[in-house]
Design a protein around this ligand. Structure first.
Ligand code: UD1
Ligand code: CA
Length: 436
């Protein structure tokens, strides 16, 4: 292994005021920590060490399920970023990697490109320490500040330690740092906790390295990538930034959004060619959209696969493992759950379709409801091809309606229907003069 990655995720996250651990808060419906782990995994020849607190032990199984190539280190007491790195180094006994990269679990947007470019600089310039820096948008911020002397980086001062609060600094510490592994190990012990927070600051290594004439530099990247999360406001900001990146990605790949700022994507959203998304569409996890699809306004999709030439919405909710095959149409005020919709099916208005299988060329009339729940269990509705289900029908599951059948409007269907059958209930329309 030529690269060791240490991810710090043991912080208390007390400023979040949430019962959920900070690094498990979602960005684009995916935990922040998993964003960082994905980026870490995309770097070549790496070994990953994740530093967590005891309180995160319950989450270990969840992490291992997705990432089986990690070593865990437990930081007993949260005494600062340097102390966290120290707990990781305990696992470094047989580690021969020359370079160590430090990432934070609460900084999920750092890109693979930035890390690769910084690593390249680190190697090319033969550095001992490279700090990934940025120029913060807001001059009033809580980031550590880079201090230079004769254009040379000499130390980092934490915001809480700055005496003159009006002093202006160009560069902030993103938190990401690259070290020569041996020099990191040799010098960590010199860090003291004589500061306002009584913590061991990893950032103090800049001054320590400088005093020993080791080679230090910084690599600047877009500040948006380094946005850290300490509060709900910052989580919202990071999520917003993530959405911008996703929207740009899809716009650059030919997806037309009429009002991009109102469309919400998840980390794993897939969209094909020639797709139009109208304003105010929400795409939750596991959405896969193929080609020539139109998503009309106010549609809410999660865990759904949409095939070619399908039109969806406006005002639809589709969820829990739905497949909609080519040329089908799902219109306004339709909810579909756990169902398979074959080719060229029309469900144009006001329906609930749950636990169903609808075969090709079938038309589902307005207001059709699959009554899939008997109060205890869910049951299936199977509708064959070329059927016509009249408006306002109640289909009481378990139910099979075979190929080519026609159900009259307003029918409660609670028995299986053989193929090519016309079904309606006999109840005549009574007309009386009101006055008699
Ligand atoms: C840190 C940096 C600051 C930088 C900022 C960028 C230090 C001293 N300060 O400040 O210069 O501008 O990040 O976002 O390094 N953690 C542990 N164990 C601990 C403490 C923290 O694992 O004992 C982890 C946290 O989970 C988090 C990361 O380290 O992922 C950063 O800790 P945090 O307390 O958020 O540091 P900042 O005050 O933001
Ligand atoms: Ca932080």
């Amino acid at each position: 292994m030529s690269l060791s990655i240490i991810i710090l995720a043991a912080g208390k996250g007390s400023r979040m005021l949430s019962t959920k651990p900070k690094v498990f808060q979602d960005v684009g419906n995916f935990p922040m920590l998993f964003h960082v782990l994905n980026t870490a995994n995309s770097l070549k020849n790496n070994s990953i060490n994740l530093v967590i607190s005891k309180s995160l032990s319950d989450y270990k199984v969840l992490i291992k399920e997705k990432y089986n190539n990690l070593t865990f280190s437990i930081q007993d007491r949260q005494q600062g970023t340097a102390d966290a790195v120290k707990s990781a180094l305990k696992n470094f006994k047989n580690n021969s990697s020359k370079i160590t990269l430090i990432l934070y679990g609460d900084t999920p947007l750092v890109s693979k490109e930035t890390l690769n470019n910084a690593l390249q600089k680190f190697k090319k310039d033969n550095l001992d320490l490279c700090v990934i820096s940025m120029e913060a948008e807001n001059k009033k911020n809580s980031y550590g500040k880079l201090i230079f002397k004769n254009k040379k980086l000499i130390s980092i001062i934490e915001q809480s330690e700055i005496k003159n609060k009006n002093e202006y600094f160009n560069f902030c510490n993103s938190g990401v740092m690259i070290f020569n592994t041996k020099k990191l190990i040799d010098n960590l012990k010199f860090i003291k906790n004589q500061n306002k927070k009584k913590e061991f600051y990893l950032t103090d290594l800049v001054e320590i390295f400088n005093k020993k004439n080791l080679l230090i530099d910084h690599f600047s990247c877009r500040y948006q990538e380094t946005l850290g999360v300490n509060s709900m406001i910052e989580l919202a900001r990071v999520n917003n930034e993530f959405q911008k990146v996703k929207r740009n990605y899809f716009l650059n790949n030919g997806v037309y959004m009429q009002a991009p700022d109102t469309v919400y994507f998840s980390y794993d959203t897939k969209i094909g060619k020639n797709v139009i998304i109208q304003p105010n569409v929400y795409l939750g996890p596991l959405v896969d959209i193929k080609n020539n699809v139109i998503l009309r306004s106010f549609s809410y999709l999660e865990n759904v696969k949409v095939f070619n030439n399908v039109t969806i919405g406006p005002f639809t909710r589709i969820r829990d493992g739905v497949e909609i095959k080519d040329d089908s149409k799902v219109g306004n005020f339709v909810e579909i759950k756990k169902s398979r919709i074959a080719k060229n099916v029309k469900i144009s208005h006001l329906s609930y379709i749950g636990d169903s299988n609808i075969n090709k060329n079938t038309n589902i009339g307005a207001g059709t409801i699959t009554c899939n729940y008997d109060g205890v269990k869910k049951h299936k509705t199977m509708i064959g091809e070329d059927c016509f289900i009249g408006s306002n029908s109640s289909l009481v599951a378990p139910l099979k309606i075979k190929k080519g059948s026609v159900i009259g409007a307003g029918t409660v269907v609670n028995k299986d229907i053989p193929h090519e059958t016309l079904v309606y209930r006999k109840s005549e329309l009574i007309k009386k003069n009101k006055k008699k």
